[in-house]
Design a protein around this ligand. Sequence first.
Ligand code: BGC
Length: 748
Amino acid sequence: MQLSRRALLRSGAIVAGLSLAPRVALAQSDRIESLIGRMTLAEKAGQLSCFSDLLRAPGIVFNPGAASGNTAEQLANLRAGKFGMLFNGTGVAGARTMQRMALEETRLGIPLIFAADVIHGLRTIFPIPLAEAGSFDPDLAERTARGAALESTATGIHWTFAPMVDVARDQRWGRVAEGSGEDTCLGQAMAAARVRGFQGTDLRDPTRMLACPKHFAAYGAVAAGMDYNSVDISMEMLREVHLPPFQSSFAAGALTTMSAFNDINGVPSTANRWLLTDLLRGEWAFKGLVVSDWTADEELIAHGYAADGRDAAKKAFLAGVDMSMSSNLYNLHLPALVEAGEVPVAAVDASVRRVLQLKDSIGLFDNPYRSMNAKAERTQIASPALRKLSREAGAKSIVLLRNDGALLPLKASPGRIALIGPFGDDRDNVAGAWAFMADKTIGVDLATGIRAKLANPKMLDVVKGSDVEAALPGGIDAAVAAARAADVVLLAIGETQAMSGEAQSRVAIVIPPAQQALVEAVAATGKPLIILLRHGRALALSGAVKDAPAIVATWFLGSEMGNAVADVLFGTVNPSAKLPVSFPRESGQEPYYYNHKTTGRPASGTPNEEYKARYRETTNEALYPFGHGLSYTSFALSALQMPATVPASGTLTVSATLTNSGKVSGTEVVQLYIHDRVASRTRPVRELKRFERVTLAPGATKQVRFDLTTADLQFWADDKWISEPGAFDIWIGTSSVGGLQGSVALTA
Ligand code: BGC
């Protein structure tokens, strides 16, 4: 990446206190040029092809249409140099065998690079990225990414297809679980932190792995939240909302990206020359590698954008896709396309150069067996330190949505507890989506975590009551009986991990009806209810779930889920996370996000207001807004300060005082939002620009100070970033609603 700081500022890549990572550059080398000079066209196409690893565990092909072949074919293809990368296999011994074959049994001896979908941990699983984003703690995200790299590289992985940096404003889309939620600023900070955590500053360090921010681009904007759907989007929305997390990832040193499945305004991302070449390599000066998503090149045919495999390979390649994933189209067609003069050989060489440079950047030519160390594989996997980190991250990702009458935290001897619901002692749904290589033996369920906190573990009754999507015979009766006998009821309800992630869009983001019926029946006992939501997205809560006095968003927290939840339930950890996605009142409000426009007819919130931008059945206010999350202590903000004016070239310093006004130590996430009152483009009602986690002892006070520049006040109009003189509202608050409000005038 050779972008100047000024260029990044202009492009809006530097926000939220992000700084430029030390330069990470792809190496130039004579060795690479000499290799390219000796390669046949078929060998070049091979380096530009990658497949799911069938030779090692888990050896699963998840997607339809894979051309990976069977194991015998894959071995033959390895010897014939038909791929430069394999992905989603683990194991040092197998990696060493394959690497030896690549070095000794292929004509040119080019080392393989091994990749994998390590999205939130490999064996030790950390919270799903969405949950972790709720910590508003980029340092934590950097540490869990570092942990994932330690484990992955100990089992022979060099490159992860992460972070997923798609901004997701529609909770029906199942892949919201994999990213950082609905906000761009939070998404940028998390994306950059994860890249730093995976890669570190020395790419040759065998305990570090390459990052691959994905899916480029606007995949989170698929229409109606249906996975793989089309994206029709304005340039303003693309530039302001969906692209900045990619820019932040590249600024943090990411050297690869993955082209998305979706089309953008009629042109599939994987054949989108404007996106992959003009913008990415031209305007942003990206020097790294573009890999297609799984068969995304072949899918150009289904999109109706390419006539056949040959046409698809040509269009994807000429648009800027260096490496084809799983379709085999480059092996099949690139050589002939070059021979027919339809694809310039120089372009093929440029892509091959990027692949070889990427391999060289992590030292594979000098040390082809890097990250293939049997001792590390024995000692670095699921280590106590990683499990401790997973538990810390889990507890820091839990959002206390509601806590009427200070029902939480529980005392060490809270009387009899009934733990009811399909997730009480379930270990199959603690990890969340994209954890198919997890060590399933280490997942901690809720019952185990809670029992470990109790003076008398026999005081916990665990009753399932219902399956996730179907009633259980006698289930409700058993649950009601347990609730009647209890002093407090915990209801562990929500979604399985298979209900979010890829291809798992939902039409209604509700608690499945069978579980809702369970909660209604249990609530009728009148016992104090604490809802423990399990979920990979924001949910629309209703009835007895919505009305419960205590509601906790526990997502999918990974290997230590039960312990992390118990830490928060019993007050060992004071909850501090905030919602990275808004909870609407009704599913039908989706896409629902805090940073919407005002419209010409904003509703005031009074019921039944006619001819206003609202629905008949509900008010517009979130049930729980973006940025919301309670603590066991209370915080007060005061003394908001900012200047009356700021010149275009100046720094705008905004400060406020945070006081822990409660009785226990706690952490608050202080959030700064802006609103441009009058502009030549309609602007969002609020936009998050800065945040900071502040930990205070009871009674303690801290002045929180944020520095903004004009770059923070900009928007995209007429093909460039601009800021316009005039008044801006500024809030410092503890969620996207309310807070201390002031204003500042930007002068010309
Ligand atoms: C997903 C990607 C993933 C790839 C490789 C695709 O189906 O969209 O996120 O990296 O498969 O497993």
